[in-house]
Design a protein around this ligand. Structure first.
Ligand SMILES: Cc1cc2nc3c(=O)[nH]c(=O)nc-3n(C[C@H](O)[C@H](O)[C@H](O)COP(=O)(O)O)c2cc1C
Length: 214
C-alpha cells in the first residue's frame, strides 16, 4: 500500500486569467489538507497538440508527461469552463489523449476517484459537469458525488484567482478532501485493480434482440 496518495488536478482554460484554473487550485489545496501529494496539469501550460490517432505510437512529450502523471495518480480533480453548454474544446482534447492509457495496467482511469468542477458565465454549469461524468465512466473512473458547478464565475474569483466568497472556497476544498478520502478507499484495497480487469472481461454483451427490447 502507498504511504502517500497523489491527487492530480487537470483543467483551466487557455485564458490568461482562468476561473476554472483558480477553482482547481483551491480544490487541490483541500486534497493537500487531507494529506495527499498534489500536482497541477494546467491546460494552458500543457499546450497540447490536437489529438491525432496517427501520433499514438510516438506521442509528443507534453502528451506523454500528462498521461504518465495521470496514470501514476490515485485521484484526479477535473475543472473545465462551460463552453456552449458543454466542456471546452481544449479540455476535451486533453481527455481524448487519455486514449494512450488503454494499454496500461490497469487501463485508462481504473480505480481512480475523480472530482468535477465547472465554471460558467451564466446561471448554472451542471451540463459541463454531467459531460465530464460521462467521460469518467467511459474511462472506468469513479466520480465523487459532490460536484462543483460554479455559476457566474466572472464574479466568483479575482484576477489573482482568490475566491470572493469564503463558502465557495470551503466547498472547493471539501471537494478536494473528498477526492483524497475516496482515493484512500481504493489504495487500501490493492486487489481491486485485478478484480476490475476481470470484471470487464466477464461482462456478456447484450444480444441484438435484448438490446432492441431493453
Ligand atoms: C466559446 C465560449 C462559450 C461559452 N458558453 C457558455 C455557455 O454555454 N454557458 C455559460 O454559462 N457560459 C458560457 N461561456 C462563459 C464561460 O463559461 C465563462 O466565462 C467561464 O468562466 C470561462 O472559464 P475560464 O475563466 O476558465 O476561461 C462561454 C465562453 C466562451 C468563450
Amino acid at each position: 500500500m502507498k504511504s502517500q496518495l497523489t491527487v492530480v488536478g487537470l483543467g483551466g482554460s487557455l485564458a490568461e486569467h482562468s476561473s476554472s484554473l483558480a477553482a482547481l487550485k483551491i480544490a487541490l489545496q483541500g486534497a493537500a489538507d487531507a494529506g495527499a501529494k498534489t500536482d497541477l496539469l494546467d491546460i494552458r501550460q500543457l499546450s497540447l497538440p490536437m489529438y491525432d490517432p496517427g501520433a499514438e505510437n510516438n506521442p509528443p512529450g507534453s502528451v506523454r508527461r500528462m498521461c504518465d502523471t495521470i496514470h501514476k495518480s490515485d485521484g484526479l480533480i477535473w475543472s473545465s469552463p462551460m463552453y456552449n453548454g458543454t466542456i471546452s474544446g481544449s479540455f476535451k482534447n486533453a481527455l481524448d489523449w487519455l486514449k494512450l492509457l488503454s494499454d496500461r495496467n490497469p487501463p485508462y482511469l481504473t480505480d481512480k476517484v475523480i472530482g468535477l468542477i465547472s465554471t460558467a458565465g451564466g446561471m448554472q454549469g451542471l451540463q459541463a459537469v454531467n459531460t465530464m461524468e460521462f467521460v469518467v465512466r467511459a474511462l472506468r473512473g469513479w466520480a465523487v458525488p459532490l460536484v462543483m458547478p460554479i455559476a457566474q464565475a466572472w464574479k466568483a474569483f479575482d484576477k489573482e484567482g482568490l475566491a470572493q466568497d469564503a463558502q465557495l472556497t470551503e466547498q472547493l476544498r471539501a471537494l478536494g478532501r473528498e477526492v483524497a478520502r475516496g482515493s484512500c478507499q481504493f489504495a487500501l484495497q490493492p486487489p481491486t485493480k485485478a478484480d476490475a480487469a476481470k470484471a470487464e472481461t466477464e461482462i456478456t454483451p447484450l444480444s441484438d434482440e435484448e438490446a432492441r427490447t431493453a
